[in-house]
Design a protein around this ligand. Structure first.
Ligand SMILES: Nc1ncnc2c1ncn2[C@@H]1O[C@H](COP(=O)(O)OP(=O)(O)OP(=O)(O)O)[C@@H](O)[C@H]1O
Ligand SMILES: [Mg+2]
Length: 349
């Protein structure tokens, strides 16, 4: 009965659209839009279907957050399958090499054994690419102060289309590590980003590869895609999706990406079990965030990020898998969700 009453009572709520939020004026309000199409996530607390439609959000990028074993990857696989039904291709960058991801894809690249061409960088000026890459390599490898030298060497590599300028300096131990890793990712004759972006691919890694290697490879894939999407021109249509597991390793880059890449027709979904490792600004920039249920300390973190009400907090606190909150940019309150995930998305399927 209360459910019925709730449905009959039309509540008027207003939200700032993400684009206008920066210019918060009392006049800059638009009513929140209820999605009726897109990727089906499940139902809300009134049993109504809840859809996620990245193309109608101010920012297509998103975050899936939950503690270990809370169902993050299962949800990500569900989204991959939902996106596929909408004709949206996807990449997954999966450092764990989960069989459950690989079996959804007909093309699986094992980075370290299979190579890609990272020196063909459409959509980027060489100077811009080398400077950005040097900045993040410095962080990933923890070699502060090396950025400017590295930038120059990487620029030479890009201009020559070869890693030899880096190889020539590989008596310096830090450079050697980076060269060794890049040489395991790159090959001149390997597929370029243009070719890779044309298909759905599961990128995975050998068991023994280092965290730095995995982060570097993931970073390169995302940077290459970022440039490539720019060459296609602005698009507000949801055309490609990337699921990035262990996203906290690329936290500084993601902040930059979520700021810069708003309308390029693709969505990067950052998956992490460590909500605190992502800059709080990333949660504000993201078009959507799905927070899965979990224990108190985790729910406290989520609560702080989104100023959750008691009711919203209770919805995910110590709840069985499947209870979640969906925060959409432009929507004034998180939606309480009960996920209904496709069977093929489960690891046991
Ligand atoms: N919505 C759901 N309802 C019920 N069970 C679920 C749900 N989502 C996931 N599970 C189950 O929970 C287990 C863990 O799921 P999953 O591997 O997706 O978690 P995870 O958060 O990615 O874990 P990890 O942090 O280890 O990567 C699986 O056995 C899966 O079947
Ligand atoms: Mg997982």
């Amino acid at each position: 009965m209360t459910k019925l009453l709730d449905r009959l009572v039309v509540k008027k709520t207003y939200a700032l659209s993400g684009d206008l939020a920066a210019f918060a004026s009392p006049l800059a309000v638009v009513p929140p839009r209820e999605e009726t199409s897109g990727m089906l996530l499940g139902t809300d607390d009134l049993g109504r279907p809840v859809f996620l439609n990245p193309s109608s959000l101010p920012n297509m990028h998103g975050i899936i957050v939950g503690t270990t074993g809370s169902g993050k990857s299962t949800l990500a696989r569900h989204l991959i399958l939902e996106a596929r039904d909408l004709g949206v291709s996807s990449w997954v960058i999966d450092p764990h090499g989960e069989r459950s991801y690989a079996r959804l894809y007909s093309r699986v690249l094992l980075l370290g054994a299979d190579r890609i061409n990272v020196l063909d960088t459409p959509g980027w000026k060489s100077s811009e690419f080398s400077s950005e890459l040097a900045r993040y390599i410095e962080r990933v490898y923890g070699i502060s102060g090396a950025r400017f030298v590295l930038r120059e060497i990487l620029l030479k590599c890009l201009n020559r289309g070869s890693l030899s300028p880096l190889e020539n300096l590989s008596e310096v131990p830090e450079v050697k590590r980076i060269y060794d890793d890049l040489a395991q990712i790159h090959e001149d004759s390997a597929p370029s980003v243009e070719e890779l972006a044309a298909s759905s691919i599961c990128f995975t890694f050998p068991q023994m590869s280092s965290r730095e290697f995995r982060s570097l490879a993931a970073l390169l894939l995302l940077m290459l895609l970022q440039g490539y999407r720019r060459t296609l021109g602005e698009s507000h249509r949801f055309e490609h999706m990337v699921v990035l597991e262990e996203a906290h390793y690329l936290a500084p880059y993601l902040l930059h990406l979520y700021q810069q890449t708003r309308k390029w027709g693709y969505s990067v979904i950052a998956v992490t079990q460590l909500p605190r490792e992502l800059d709080p600004r990333l949660y504000q920039l993201a078009g959507f965030v799905v927070a899965l249920s979990g224990p108190e300390s985790y729910v406290n973190d989520i609560s702080l990020l989104f100023s959750l009400t008691r009711d919203e907090r209770d919805h995910i606190l110590y709840k069985p898998r499947g209870a979640a909150l969906l925060v959409r940019q432009g929507d004034p309150r998180p939606r309480k969700l009960f996920l209904k995930l496709r069977r093929e998305a489960f690891p046991e399927a």
